[in-house]
Write a protein that binds this ligand. Structure first.
Ligand code: DGT
Ligand code: CA
Ligand code: CA
Length: 573
């Protein structure tokens, strides 16, 4: 069967197209097709023979043609051409930010720099300065880029990890032998970054499952290949550990491998005091060694005298005490979310028309959806002028007549360097909801940045401070700001603070969101949608809120429309 071979080539094409800066939809189309081929159990050649390639998920005309070509000639000419254009070595150094494509090509051609290690050596020794056009500043940027690249190599955002885990689990299920399957570790806890992915399986045919796993096209290297355990390096760069366990120990193994280690230490202590021994194999009576629980997590916790604890809470951050006293929080769940309060359209830097956003929100069953494009000072993001915003509001009111979902006119309005808002009061007052965001001058001092945001929160029209620290995980540090002062101002003026659900942001992060919610500040969980499928990121925002111990009552967009609007307009003059 050529399924896996073709999947591997499609993964490579996606990488090459991405490096070349091609349309993201094309890049994704190749990745999705590769994932689907990984899970396809029928021989792709059989589908091709019936001329039914295009009936397969994710395969359009273009990709069907590539598959036909490979089946007939054993190669894909577009891929061959791209390989010549972007050699492997060049590809690897282009992953370093701060190194433009032109410089990368120059270093590759003239000095044979084909790895990040060589690039780093050259930059550190200073020899890189001999290359025409590379100055001290470029060199600094390259070194910074290398540091970020290294950090990014060691941990991955949980959003990306979840996608990889889901796709691997789907492939394993499709190829048979899998009974139960779950992702464990930090991925299951939805920690914002993940070191490696841990997957647990029960199976009557462990060997079959392990063999499938190590031969998947997305498995670049195999580190370990045992009878019930295997480790691979996934093509996205992360390690994945697979363990096959006995059904009667699945719950115990899931509990153990979900962690965190610190949480597990506490649970084992509690078990010990009851004369029980807890391990990845089950809960045992210490004296008789008899197993008293292990098949499900719930029975494992019950055996040690605790209610089941949601994985997002298992960080030894008070959850064990809460469980012992029956005080676990009733965490927010997906079905409590009534709408999204941060979304873009092609009026600014979103990639879909207004109508499509509304339809997508309707399809999710939301009660309301905001339209919150950028304001005029965000020029790179295509920010709207006041006139354009008024035009958009008119358009929204007109579209409203055809819809039952409430379309909220909003703006993601810039907080200017001095803390004033990018639009004056007479524009803001026409909006249903106003978001406030920092998009410029990230390098202000802590007192400047804090005063800037506090001033914005004093504005009577501002409702929600969005992505409050500006961090991009693995890419950009948060700006320097005193969050305690920001929270105090939000509390005083009755503003909400966002958990931005975009996997690159997750901003506020869990511990800060927990603090804000404890202070009584409403938390908005928003996707900041730029592509329609970003609406799915809501799940990640909810997971972050759950890690922050947040309940439905603390979530702004769990409010019904009327209450939401009453809240939003209460401080308007
Ligand atoms: P990561 O991969 O760094 O993002 O974090 P985790 O939590 O996924 O850690 P990992 O993959 O090393 O191990 C998965 C879980 O297995 C971990 O959360 C708890 C459990 N575990 C691993 N090693 C130990 C250990 O030495 N002692 C205990 N109590 N638990 C462990
Ligand atoms: Ca892990
Ligand atoms: Ca692991």
């Amino acid at each position: 069967m050529k399924n896996f071979e073709i999947a591997k080539l499609f993964y490579e094409m996606a990488d090459l197209l991405e490096i070349k800066g091609e349309n993201v939809f094309r890049v994704r189309a190749y990745r999705r097709a590769a994932e689907n081929l990984e899970s396809l159990t029928e021989d792709i050649a059989a589908a091709a023979q019936r001329d039914e390639l295009q009936k397969l998920p994710g395969i359009g005309k273009d990709l069907a043609g590539k598959i036909q070509e490979y089946l007939a000639h054993g190669k894909i000419s577009d891929l061959e051409a791209m390989r010549r254009e972007v050699p492997r070595g060049l590809l690897s150094i282009m992953e370093v930010q701060g190194l433009g494509p032109k410089t990368a090509k120059l270093l590759y051609d003239k000095l044979g720099v084909d790895s990040v290690e060589k690039l780093e050596a050259l930059a550190r020794s200073g020899d890189i300065l001999k290359v025409p056009g590379i100055r001290e500043k470029t060199r600094d940027n390259i070194l910074k880029g290398i540091a970020t690249w290294k950090a990014g190599q060691s941990r991955m955002s949980v959003g990306a990890a979840l996608q990889i885990a889901d796709s691997l689990m789907q492939a394993l299920k499709a190829h048979g032998g899998v009974a139960q399957i779950e992702v464990a570790g930090s991925t299951r806890r939805r920690k914002e970054t993940v070191g490696d992915i841990d997957i647990l399986v029960t199976s009557a045919e462990p060997e079959r499952v392990i063999t499938t796993f190590v031969s998947l096209p997305s498995a670049l290297d195999v580190f370990a290949h045992g009878e019930t355990k295997a480790s691979i390096r996934h093509q996205e760069g992360i390690q994945v550990d697979l363990r096959v366990v006995e059904p009667e120990a699945f719950g115990a193994a899931l509990q153990y491998f979900t962690g965190s280690k610190e949480h597990n230490v506490r649970i084992r202590e509690i078990a010990g005091k009851k004369g029980l021994k807890l391990s990845e194999y089950g809960v045992f009576n210490e004296k008789t060694n008899q197993r008293i629980a292990g098949a499900t997590e719930a029975e494992v916790y019950e055996a040690v005298g605790l209610p089941w604890i949601p994985p997002e809470l298992r960080e030894n951050a008070g959850e064990v005490e809460a469980a012992l006293t029956g005080a676990l929080p009733d965490l927010i769940e997906a079905d409590a979310i009534r709408g999204d309060l941060h979304a873009h359209t092609d009026w600014s830097d979103g990639h879909h028309p207004l109508e499509k956003l509304i339809a997508a929100a309707e399809a999710r069953g939301y009660e309301y959806i905001i339209v919150s494009d950028h304001s005029k000072s965000s020029t790179v993001a295509g920010g709207l002028t006041a006139d354009e915003l008024r035009e958009q509001i008119r358009k929204i009111r007109e579209l409203q007549k055809k819809h039952t979902i409430r379309i909220l006119a909003g703006s993601e309005c810039d907080i200017l360097a001095d803390g004033t808002m990018d639009f004056p009061a007479d524009v803001l007052k026409e909006l249903d909801i106003v978001l406030a965001a920092v998009h410029s001058r990230f390098k202000q001092t802590r007192p400047e940045m804090t005063a800037r945001i506090v001033k914005a929160l004093e504005n009577p029209y501002v409702n929600i401070l969005v992505h409050p620290t500006g961090r991009l995980i693995g890419e950009r540090d948060p700006y320097d700001v005193d969050l305690e002062q920001v929270f105090a101002a939000a509390k005083k003026h009755g503003k909400a603070i966002e958990i931005n659900a975009s996997p690159q942001r997750l901003d506020l992060k869990d511990v800060h969101a927990r603090r804000a919610a404890e202070l009584g500040i409403p938390i908005a969980i928003n996707t900041d949608t730029h592509y329609l499928d970003n609406l799915d990121n809501m799940a990640l925002g909810i997971a972050t809120a759950r890690r922050a111990w947040i309940t439905r009552a603390q979530v702004l967009n769990a409010l019904p429309l009327k209450k939401l609007l009453a809240w939003a307009h209460k401080s308007r003059p």
